[in-house]
Design a protein around this ligand. Structure first.
Ligand code: NAD
Ligand code: MG
Length: 399
């Protein structure tokens, strides 16, 4: 198992944890900073990165005083450098600078970049042997074997931040792994859980990003609406935990209170519950293997009254079937799935395709792109580039 049970990752670290926040301006980054801000004696922020939002990044840098800040987009360098003039913060820009900053040896790297764009930086943190709190699930979908082989080589530990995987991590008895019958990934069902295919055909980006329970970035919100998010999480779970994909189930649970479960062969089912607030799994990773205080609203089960569960409907939401198909196909098929999905989601958000086209485009790309095993970043880049080009041409041709 890539995830080590509460062992010694922080045993030798000083009292204050040095933290690198990759994707500091996003939803995961903001929730992480909220917790760090409330615990000024526990954390030192060493690295902050963002895509191109120089002004927000500069504000954070002035407040948190990191060693280095990086914008991935070189065009934003001037604005960031000007905003931080006179401070001691080192300012850098570009893809190579992002990877360099991710290589910084810290006590914890929060991998909060969205999409395959975060793979290289996350992999650099893993190469360094850092403990990585992994929100950027696309890394495992794109190159899970490579990331895990690197962890095994460098001794890096992955702590899952995704709420489902964090829930499983909290109740997975590593010493009894052979006694696990199945994992149950819960899914809210997203904003279109009760919609017909006809209704979904006319869904707008604004409707798709309005998630009923969680406040998240736009890409993962659309993934939740198509349920591709659960497909990506199925692949993520298959990499993180020693359980066959066939024994990982998806269960729709609209309240998002039970964050996932582990079923053991004695009939016991262990679940982790909590409010739908990412600060709970983030706090778990920030303090691991200890616990820390959070300001989240406490769960009031009497107030909630009842919890509902239902089987997923793959006729209306084919994305989970496609993810399972790609996982079973092996080699680089899940990287093709991810690339096609990223292109299709972007096309939907920019009005170039309809909502139902997202899964259709992914299915078409999977059928067209042959993939080999991904053993290196170069292998990944070649396949990712091809899958994106194929999907873009499918979007343009309207098929
Ligand atoms: P977001 O869009 O809110 O933030 C993304 C962050 O990544 C931003 O800081 C942005 O500047 C940076 N970024 C974007 N593109 C980049 C690029 N090309 N190069 C470098 N940096 C780039 O996204 P989010 O909702 O915070 O999600 C981040 C990751 O965490 C995703 O993989 C998502 O699936 C996962 N996740 C998010 C949540 C959530 O509640 N938001 C829950 C579980 C998992
Ligand atoms: Mg999740």
């Amino acid at each position: 198992m890539a995830v080590k049970q509460a062992a010694s990752a922080f045993e030798n670290s000083p009292d204050r944890r040095r933290v690198a926040l990759l994707g500091a301006t996003g939803s995961i980054g903001t929730s992480s900073i909220d917790l760090i801000r409330r615990n000024p004696d526990a954390f030192d922020v060493a690295v902050l990165t963002a895509h191109r939002s120089a002004a927000s990044l500069a504000d954070l840098a002035r407040e948190l005083d990191p060693d280095v800040v990086v914008v991935a987009d070189e065009a934003a360098h001037g604005e960031l450098a000007a905003a931080l003039q006179g401070t001691s913060v080192e300012v850098a820009a570009g893809a190579a600078a992002l990877v360099d900053a991710a290589r910084e040896p810290v006590d914890l790297t929060v991998a909060g970049i969205v999409g395959a764009a975060g793979l290289e930086a996350t992999l650099a943190a893993v190469e360094q042997g850092n403990t990585v709190a992994l929100a950027n699930k696309e890394c495992l979908v794109c190159a899970g074997d490579l990331v895990l082989a690197t962890c095994a080589r460098t001794g890096a530990t992955l702590l899952p931040l995704d709420s489902e995987h964090n829930a499983i991590f909290q109740v997975f008895e590593a010493e009894n792994a052979a006694d696990v019958e199945k994992l149950v990934l819960t899914a809210s069902g997203g904003p279109f859980r009760t919609w017909t295919r006809e209704e979904m055909a006319a869904a707008t980006p604004q409707q798709a990003v309005a998630h009923p329970n969680w406040d998240m970035g736009r890409k993962i919100s659309v993934d939740s609406a198509t349920m591709m998010n659960k497909g990506l999480e199925l692949i993520e779970a298959a990499h993180l935990f020693p359980v066959e994909a066939a024994n990982i189930e998806i269960l729709v649970h609209p309240q998002s209170v039970v964050h996932s479960m582990v079923a053991y062969r004695d009939g016991s089912v262990l679940a982790q519950l909590g409010p739908p607030d990412m600060r709970v799994p983030i706090a778990h990773a920030l303090a691991w293997p200890a616990r820390m205080e959070t300001p989240v609203e406490r769960l009031d089960l009497a107030e909630i009254g009842s919890l509902d569960f239902e089987k997923p409907d793959e006729a209306r939401f084919p994305a989970t079937r496609l993810a399972r198909q790609a996982l079973d196909a092996g080699k680089g098929a899940t990287a093709v799935l991810n690339a096609a999905n990223e292109v299709a989601v972007e096309a939907f958000l920019s009005g170039r395709c309809g909502f139902l086209d997202i899964a259709a485009l992914v299915e078409a790309a999977l059928a067209r792109v042959e993939s080999d095993t991904i053993a290196s970043l170069e292998d990944f880049r070649a396949l990712d580039t091809e899958a994106r080009a194929v999907t873009e041409s499918l979007v343009k041709s309207g098929s």
